[in-house]
Design a protein around this ligand. Sequence first.
Ligand SMILES: [Cu+2]
Length: 285
Amino acid sequence: MLKFKRLAALSGAISFPLLASLAAVAAEAGRPTNWQLGFQDSVTPVMDNIVWFHEYLLYLITAIAGFVLVLLLIVIVRFNARTNPLPSRTTHNTLIEVIWTMVPVLILVAIAIPSFRLLFFQLNTPPADMTVKATGKQWYWTYSYPDNGNFEFDSLLVRDEAKLKPDQPRLLGVDNELVVPVDKTVRVLTTGAEVIHAFAVPSFGIKIDAIPGRVNETWFKANREGIYYGQCSELCGRDHAFMPIAVRVVSEQAFNTWVNEAKQKFARDDAAPKSVAAVDPVPSR
Ligand SMILES: [Cu+2]
């Protein structure tokens, strides 16, 4: 793995300066930026691996495409009818045939090994420090904290742009964010209330379907405090584009304070009829 990383770093140093400078300008964690090129910044080990694998493949593909281009140019220049009027009648060459069979096999192996390693890393949830449950509903998310007092609340898009807080991006800001502690392994359980939704946060490298009648599991371990936005990533109906995910990563102390407040704020009255989230009218667009 380390050897691959060195290889990727080396190729990075010689990549197109224009692309590199654009990407450097655009990089930001947790939210998209204007003229962004590439991924949002990574804040989890899983996303670090995804970014590394993406760049590794990019350099591999570029090398293959460049090699084929060079071969084509050689053929065009050296073997056209004018410069090479009498073509060779060679039909077989054992050595070159072995090479052009073996090299692609080796390339595929070099892709498969890190690919499967990443897949297992994503799918095997390490021992979790806490669990949150995200339920996709038409069209908002409900978050539960079974390990912290089992309170539950709805998280709705801030539809009225006048009500956005200074740092809240349009169409991503929500009223109640999912709050989690930094440097802790958080297990996320997802399910859907009526149709399939998908819980996705680019900076965490997670995207998992929320399916009615079953529970899916994923995990993240954010290594930086901040707010990280995502969106429902399964076409789920009219307001699919208006049910963003906002995760606020805070220090453990701030998290405990928030939990104590949230327990009061979102206290459940199991005797009361089930609350229905207030849905504002759809913004004109
Ligand atoms: Cu949805």
